[in-house]
Design a protein around this ligand. Structure first.
Ligand code: GTP
Ligand code: SPV
Ligand code: MN
Length: 608
């Protein structure tokens, strides 16, 4: 069967016909980005039970979807980088020979669309036609994927138009096939601009514009073309004079990007006129701008955010973003008023509800130690919300030039070792700081939760080529740009001996952002330590801060001091672990400049 979609791009027609031949759909539908078509698809998905229409008075345009019980997170062990040479994928990626992978997966794809419709989604990452923009086509058999892509990316005929008769595009093929978890594959062919995803229907595995394209494929393109694709939020901080400074921040999955990106400053700052504007919550594409600085854009058009823990206090802007035209995935369904609920939304779990699996749910059985089984919402349940819903969305959101970066922040979820904040000495040392990042694993990926793993730049699951080459690319960016942002590291997640968070986090993280901006402006001093510059405790503004670490223990200056110290023994232990990581995972590709940073920092720590 040849497609009759009237497409003018010859490469697209050729590839499309080849894929149609492979998967054998009953018909082929072009997604044009119109509201009429989207509405018809929503109605169809509701008729088949793929979506549930929620209370349209309380949640207009909102729907609920449940994925298969064994398909609730990214599957890193089934994710492959299929470069021609194994060494180009590096030791931190799974690798398969591209020809072998195409052959193996072709067997699984063969006639997998039998009796189903193929949806052809033309989408652009970034503003259509801008300098940052890259086009993609995703083929899918899932209406859920179509509706999510309509929110998360810029979809429509203007994308086909911008591809012209012979423009390039990223070729994405998705099939739910028989949803066999043993045959689930998320495969990337960076040298062919191709992504093949099969046997999953969950978020990051199937919304191919997101992690697959905007990080894994784009990081490879960025290395070759002199720009960067990073797992970073972007936000703007407006001071009382109305000046806005932009920063980006890389934290691993479920470690606080969406929360920081939409932060509301504490009252004392709001009263003075400080504001935070959200440009992006997950991905940043960064390139040299006309002024020689590094400029960042968010290639996405919506938020695929973690639901649990989102509430009017922790992240009111995220919550507000989900009140219309949003798709909820794997949250609890309140049957009394046909709305949704998740752990941490409020203290009133619904009495008459279905859990994320669609079973009758008894909230009194909730056991924190066994969340997946007993929670109403899956720990990795998500909302897909349009960016324009966000009350604090930046006015630069659609600016094709992006925004200039003043600072870059790295961060992880560390119960100990990493202090609240520190500043690197320079770009090379900052790259080293990114390369030694570590974090406790979360529910965003299948596997154990809470285990410390090294996750350089929060890119371990998302870098489309060898991590050592990626570090070199970071070092090279200093020469590509004329001026580089200052690099910092933060940790909101220090625990006391009873497991309580020692730092209030959320909106109060603004107090740390203020110090970071002041450092960039040269307006505040710092203490030089072996790992970098650390604030003097009295330079972090605690005015109006009211936080109880535990019953009766109010956060005070001593607590701040304790999370601003460098624990020599803990750091030496970490350095032993870094040494192993560098040797086993980065290997010969480790840039000499980073080994030098390691040796010098270790010597400084030993001399402490
Ligand atoms: P991905 O979408 O998976 O990339 O996650 P993310 O990095 O955007 O993480 P998100 O902001 O959704 O936060 C994940 C979890 O961390 C939520 O349960 C939050 O409540 C929690 N969290 C975020 N910020 C803070 C903080 O400052 N302190 C504490 N203690 N928890 C936080
Ligand atoms: C993450 O895991 O970092 C996410 C969710 O943002 S997913 O789209 O599944 O990758
Ligand atoms: Mn993410």
């Amino acid at each position: 069967m040849k497609n009759n979609l009237g497409i003018k791009n010859a490469k697209l027609n050729e590839w499309l016909d080849e894929m149609i031949e492979l998967v054998g759909p009953k018909d082929v539908v072009l997604i044009d980005g119109s509201e009429e078509q989207a509405e018809a698809l929503r109605a169809e998905a509701c008729a088949t039970g793929e979506l549930f229409k929620l209370n349209q008075e309380k949640l207009p345009g909102c729907y609920l979807h449940r994925t298969a019980v064994n398909d609730v997170a990214r599957v890193e062990d089934r994710t492959f980088i299929c470069s021609r040479k194994k060494e180009d994928a590096g030791n931190t990626n799974n690798w398969m020979d591209p020809q072998e992978c195409y052959a193996k997966l072709s067997k699984l794809y063969k006639n997998s669309y039998n009796g189903k419709t193929m949806y052809v989604i033309p989408y652009s990452m970034s503003v259509v036609g801008s300098d940052f923009a890259k086009n993609g086509i995703e083929l899918t058999d899932s209406i859920y994927v179509v509706l999510n892509m309509l929110i998360m990316t810029r979809v429509g005929l203007d994308v086909l138009e911008s591809m012209g008769t012979d423009g390039d595009f990223i070729k994405g093929l998705h099939a739910r096939a028989n949803m066999d978890a043993q045959e689930r594959y998320i495969c990337h062919f960076p040298e062919d601009n191709t992504i093949w995803s099969i046997n999953s229907g969950y978020g990051g595995n199937v919304l191919l514009g997101k992690k697959c394209f905007a990080l894994r494929i784009a990081s490879y393109l960025g290395k070759n073309e002199g720009w960067m694709a990073e797992h970073m939020l972007i936000l703007g901080i407006e001071n009382p004079q109305g000046e806005i400074k932009y920063i980006s921040a890389a934290f691993p999955s479920a470690c606080g990007k969406t929360n920081l990106a939409m932060l509301i400053p504490p009252e004392t700052y709001r009263n003075k006129g400080y504001k935070v504007w959200c440009v992006g919550d997950d991905i940043a594409w960064i390139r040299k701008g006309p002024d020689g600085r590094l400029w960042a854009c968010n290639p996405e058009n919506g938020f695929f955010g973690v639901a649990p823990g989102t509430n009017v206090k922790s992240n009111p802007n995220a919550l507000a973003s989900t009140q219309k035209n949003t798709i909820f995935t794997n949250v609890a369904h309140n049957l009394d008023d046909n709305t949704v609920w998740w752990e941490g939304l409020d203290n009133n779990p619904p009495k008459n509800a279905l859990n994320w699996r669609g079973e009758k749910w008894d909230y009194t059985k909730y056991d924190k130690a066994n969340k997946v089984q007993t929670a109403g919402a899956h720990p990795n349940s998500r909302f897909t919300a349009p960016a324009k819903n966000c009350p604090c969305v930046s006015k630069e959101f659609d600016n094709p030039a992006g925004v200039p970066l003043t600072a870059i922040i790295f961060g992880g979820r560390r119960a100990k070792t990493a202090p609240l904040v520190y500043q690197s000495f320079n770009w090379t040392h900052g790259t080293f700081v990114g390369s030694i990042m570590a974090s406790e694993t979360t529910a965003a990926a299948a596997g154990a939760v809470g285990v410390v793993r090294r996750d350089p730049m929060a890119m371990i699951p998302f870098c489309g080529y060898a991590m050592g080459d990626y570090f070199q690319h970071w070092l090279d960016m200093e020469n590509i740009a004329d001026v580089v942002p200052k690099i910092f590291h933060v940790n909101w997640f220090r625990l006391d001996k009873d497991g309580n968070f020692m730092w209030p986090g959320f909106g109060d993280n603004f107090r740390v952002l203020e110090w970071i901006i002041k450092r960039c402006e040269g307006k505040v001093d710092a203490v030089e330590t072996p790992i970098g510059y650390i604030p003097k405790a009295e330079d972090i503004n605690l005015e109006g801060l009211d936080y109880e670490i535990s019953a009766g223990h109010k956060f005070g200056l001593d607590d701040l001091k304790s999370i601003l110290t460098v624990d020599k023994d803990a750091w030496l232990e970490d350095f032993a672990n870094i040494k192993e990581f560098y040797a086993n995972k980065i290997g010969e590709k480790l840039p000499a400049a980073l080994q030098k940073e390691y040796d010098e920092e270790l010597a400084r720590l030993q001399a402490m």
